[in-house]
Design a protein around this ligand. Structure first.
Ligand SMILES: C[S@@+](CC[C@H](N)C(=O)[O-])C[C@H]1O[C@@H](n2cnc3c(N)ncnc32)[C@H](O)[C@@H]1O
Length: 309
């Protein structure tokens, strides 16, 4: 981690331009100069500057993007300067600083109890699971390792008939997921469940099992940029080889899928290790127009319930 130059950190409110577009440019320039890591819900300094300004003003992103010439109150400018300083000195991702994240076109509450939403699975859901699923026939969905609830909630929107189980082992994470379910008015269809993988789901059957499990090998954690240190370790690390959670999912998913159902799992940079470890499984590796990779899909029929791993 490189120390941010004092001149970047100690910006005062008077230095912050009073127009929205100029304030965003001002903050983006400082973020860029500090050579931070971007990838926690915003993959560039400009997007992260808009998020900081959303936090400083309390305004929706769409308003900030549509009203470039809008004037900023001195209080909002002071808050932007403070948020920027926190981003630079603490290397805390903007989403945590403002308590909000944007994913799949939706806004979520986030804090350091949950991973910041960023999974490419959003694109699979936006496409209604095509060509593997018919949205009108998806009645039960499981989101395993739900964190903020972002995938469970996006799935409920994509599959309007579906009841969704949003599962996490972390009660802290489920508290955030529950708040987000309420925020989106989905209490009747999205059920937060505390469970260690499938342990608390005996007897349930799903048309779609989604998961963005932890998959960082334990020894790799210390090599990640400082921004990751703000995220829960159990949302990132999964054993020595990063595969503990994937192993548990592949072990049992076949028993929880209905005929015709699919399992879709993000494994990021351990894609090759997954393919090497289970050469007998016919993984389809999904492609994404909006970026991201390392997501596999398996059909129920290829996952024997007694699959021995
Ligand atoms: C990578 S995060 C994904 C969060 C969210 N789905 C997303 O995409 O932003 C993984 C989540 O899995 C949860 N988790 C870790 N181990 C688990 C287990 N054994 N059973 C259930 N959930 C687990 C973590 O608490 C964390 O919320």
């Amino acid at each position: 981690m490189s120390d941010s130059p004092d001149s970047l950190v100690q910006a005062s409110a008077e230095e912050v331009p009073a127009r929205v577009d100029e304030a965003v440019d001002w903050a983006a320039t400082r973020l860029e100069q500090a050579e931070l890591h971007f990838g926690h819900g915003a993959d560039n300094p400009h997007s992260e500057a808009i998020i900081l300004l959303a936090g400083a003003t309390g305004l929706p992103l769409e308003v900030l993007m549509a009203e470039a010439a809008r004037r900023l109150e001195p209080k909002a400018r002071a808050r932007l300067a403070a948020l920027l300083a926190a981003r630079l000195t603490r290397r805390c991702p903007a989403a945590y600083l403002v308590g909000r994240a944007w994913f799949a076109g939706l806004e979520f509450e986030v804090d350091e109890r949950v991973l910041i939403p960023r999974s490419p699975l959003a694109e699979f859901l936006a496409a209604g699971g095509a060509p593997w699923l018919d949205p009108a026939r998806v009645m039960r969905v499981l989101d395993l390792g739900t964190g903020s609830g972002c995938l469970a909630i996006a799935a409920a929107m994509a599959f309007p008939q579906a009841r969704v189980d949003a599962v996490d082992l972390s009660r802290d994470a489920l508290a955030v997921a529950t708040a987000n379910v309420r925020r989106h008015g989905l209490e009747a269809r999205v059920r937060p469940v505390v469970s260690d993988h499938f342990a608390g789901l005996v007897g349930e059957r799903y048309d779609l099992i989604l998961s963005n499990p932890p998959y960082v090998p334990a020894a790799r954690l210390q090599d990640l940029p400082p921004e990751y240190a703000h995220e829960p370790v159990m949302a990132l690390v999964s054993g020595e080889d990063g595969l503990d959670s994937v192993r548990a999912i592949l072990q049992d998913a076949g028993s929880f899928l209905r005929p015709g159902g699919v399992l879709v799992v993000e494994v990021g940079e351990v894609e090759e290790a997954v393919a090497r470890t289970w050469p007998e499984l016919p993984f389809t590796w999904l492609e994404f127009e909006h970026g991201g990779s390392g997501v596999f899909l398996l059909e129920a029929e290829s996952l024997s319930p007694l699959h021995q791993l």
